[in-house]
Design a protein. Structure first.
Length: 264
């Protein structure tokens, strides 16, 4: 059996089309499906403005629907291309807009927005495995969606902010429960890399104070140490793209649209 593990595509269909999928049985995607740079920028600006008590409908609000639809449409095209060859299992990344956030932005901006994950699951062969176990031809696969680990908040000196700390602690405890429930898996698909493994920030779009820091998850690292999955596929820190052998586990940071085809 051949499995194609694909890193955060970010809507780059041209790059995904170069993956030789002809004889692949299953594709795994680590999240961040659509082209979302502008969408994320507008969303963060909006949230910042509302937190400061500014008007809900800001000057950039008119651009939000166009940016949202760009992310939505590129995600659907990309997944539709892959399912032309094989089934797709995927987890959500931090750049993917959930149904909850879609509903929130739709209400605040008074615009109609489609729900990406409802649309994706109408495509034959697509399965969202957020925080779930999935089986494929006898292979046990665990899917862990993006979450904020308390180790990240501490590494980036944000844990002193009460709102961030509380959310990170809650999400970390939830991730720990999910991974404990998974037990041993053959493959772990996660958006976030394990702490200290291909997770060092070195990007021009991040604050200078973040450069050189580890953005991975200690929760995921501990799971790898204890359960020793055969493979771990992740993305998120694109500059960390590469392969590391950790004991019995092969860990792949697939970067932005990178891929590996493994045979089981």
């Amino acid at each position: 059996m051949k499995i194609a593990a694909i890193g955060d595509p970010h809507g780059n269909l041209e790059k995904i089309r170069r993956i030789p999928l002809e004889n692949v049985d299953l594709a795994l995607i680590t999240g961040d499906l659509g082209e979302a740079d502008l969408l994320r920028k507008l969303a963060f600006q909006y949230l910042s403005a509302t937190e400061k008590g500014l008007l809900n409908r800001n000057p950039y609000a008119d651009n939000f629907k166009q940016a949202f639809l760009r992310s939505y449409e590129t995600a659907l095209k990309l997944v539709s291309h892959i399912t032309g060859y094989c089934p797709v299992f995927m987890v959500r990344g931090n750049a993917d807009i959930s149904n909850y956030d879609t509903r929130k932005f739709s209400r605040k901006f008074n615009i109609d927005l489609p729900f990406l994950y409802d649309s994706l699951q109408t495509i034959s062969g697509v399965r969202l495995i957020d925080n779930k176990i999935a089986y494929f031809q006898g292979i046990k696969i665990g899917g862990l969606k993006y979450f904020t680990d308390i180790s990240w908040a501490e590494e980036f000196e944000l844990a002193s902010i009460d709102k961030i700390r509380k959310r990170a602690l809650w999400e970390t405890e939830k991730a720990e429960r999910i991974l404990n429930r998974f037990g041993t898996v053959d493959i772990l698909v996660t958006h976030v890399p394990p702490y200290g493994i291909m997770d060092r920030v070195n990007s021009k779009i991040t604050p200078l104070s973040w450069i050189g820091r580890n953005a991975g998850s200690k929760t995921i690292l501990e799971y790898i140490k204890q359960k020793r999955p055969g493979y771990v596929f992740c993305g998120h820190i694109h500059e960390g793209e590469g392969i590391v052998k950790w004991g019995e586990t092969e860990i792949y940071n697939l970067g932005a649209g990178g891929y590996r085809i493994i045979e089981l």
